[in-house]
Design a protein around this ligand. Structure first.
Ligand SMILES: C=C(CC[C@@H](C)[C@H]1CC[C@H]2C3=CC[C@H]4[C@H](C)[C@@H](O)CC[C@]4(C)[C@H]3CC[C@]12C)C(C)C
Ligand code: SAM
Length: 364
């Protein structure tokens, strides 16, 4: 082979390899976000690494310090930073719904996710003409599934501005923008009138509240009397032992890597709901058998995480992705390990479901 032919062959093979690596491998989810488009939310490129360090130093401290009164007020700001750092990676590697669901043999993750979301809509009797609140809506995966399933009008709230933009873009693309509204705000002080919603749900979002009563009280305020609220809570189960160092390490790992001021125990949830005035209609851990494990997808993804790590490292080296993206990705790999451990040992569940009703007549 002539030298020039060999060179041209090398160039073509190289170009195909780069295309495949970035465009094909780079799209971890079908039709999802691509690795070349990984930004870091509303953070400018040069600030990503600093913001990551700030986030990490906040959530790495002893739990007692985070929960201490003076720091509580800072939690929503750090949660916002966290979602600037992870939103694109979540969308790229997981999809538009930022939560878990029990796996369903023979069904895709996408279908299992949708069914888990539709369950929330059915539990609160979402239907056409009803105005439903999505507390902590992310980029709106559940909101779109619920609006499509029930034909209700869904209003989502998230603290993160970048997520608002992503959610609105997806709503429009799905043709659901007239039924799905997105508001940027803090669910601890919601910009909604009293008794202005016919139902509400929160999927794996209220775990970010430093005090659960603050968010439940707000949901109670904006619901009409008789309306239902369902929440999918992250909690430690009855199997968790606070004197078992391995358990403590797993739970601390989950808290650190998921911007949680402190996981609650399963028995605390209903107490808080009643304390703010709700009637508790039902409560169960949706992860318990006969449900299939929710952590399978997380665990099976290990090879994909390694591949993703390679992709983000190359993109960061080429300065296509911001520098801090590699650190953030590393943190997520570690978090995935703790979450799988929490699921396998049964000490943690991300789907402790509580269904509440605002009484027709206020309790005396
Ligand atoms: C409810 C919350 C988020 C739950 C999950 C949606 C996310 C928890 C951990 C995330 C991930 C871990 C590993 C990542 C992987 C290394 C990367 O290559 C691709 C994305 C991940 C799979 C990522 C996806 C989202 C999670 C599963 C919390 C924050 C309250
Ligand atoms: C893990 S995501 C879940 C998103 C969505 N429920 C889903 O399942 O796709 C948690 C969401 O809660 C939101 N959140 C956390 N703390 C918040 C707060 N104080 N006010 C409003 N939203 C908040 C985050 O911005 C994020 O959108």
């Amino acid at each position: 082979m002539e030298v020039s032919t060999a060179m041209w062959t090398a160039v073509v093979v190289g170009a195909v390899a780069v295309y495949w690596f970035v465009w094909v491998m780079g799209a971890a989810e079908v039709k999802g976000k691509r690795a070349v488009n990984l930004t870091m939310g509303s953070i400018t490129r040069d600030k990503v690494q600093d913001k990551y360090k700030q986030y990490w130093s906040f959530f790495r401290r002893p739990k007692e310090d985070i929960v201490a009164a003076s720091d509580n007020d800072n939690v929503p700001a750090f949660v916002d930073t966290f979602y600037n750092l992870v939103t694109d990676i979540y969308e790229w590697g997981w999809g538009q719904s930022f939560h878990f669901s029990p796996s369903i043999p023979g069904s895709s993750h996408r279908d299992a996710t949708r069914l888990h979301e539709e369950r929330a809509a059915d539990l609160i009797a979402a239907r056409p003409g009803r105005r439903i609140l999505d507390v902590g809506c992310g980029i709106g995966g559940p909101m779109r599934a619920i609006a499509a399933h029930s034909s209700a009008h869904v209003v989502g709230i998230t603290i993160n501005e970048y997520q608002v933009a992503r959610a609105r873009a997806h709503n429009r693309k799905a043709g659901l923008h007239e039924r799905c509204e997105v508001v940027c705000g803090n669910f601890l002080e919601m910009p909604f009138d009293d008794a202005s919603f016919d139902g509400a749900y929160s999927i794996e979002a209220t775990c970010h509240a430093p005090r659960l009563e603050d968010v439940y009280r707000e949901v109670f305020r904006v619901l009409k009397p008789g309306a239902l609220y369902v929440s999918y809570e992250w909690v430690t189960t009855a199997l968790y032992q606070a004197d078992n160092p391995a358990h403590v390490e797993t739970i601390r790992g989950i808290e650190r890597g998921d911007a949680l001021p402190g996981l609650r125990a399963h028995h605390e949830i209903a107490e808080v709901a009643r304390q703010v005035g709700f009637e508790v209609v039902a409560e169960r851990d949706q992860a318990l058998p006969p449900a299939e494990p929710w952590w399978t997808r997380l665990k099976m993804g290990r090879i994909a995480y390694w591949r993703n790590h390679l992709v983000v490292s190359v993109l960061a080296a080429l300065r296509i992705a911001p520098k801090g993206v590699v650190d953030v990705h590393e943190m997520l790999c570690e978090t995935a390990r703790h979450l799988s451990d929490g699921g396998e040992t049964g000490i943690f569940t991300p789907m402790h479901i509580i269904l509440c009703r605002k009484p027709l007549v206020p309790a005396s």
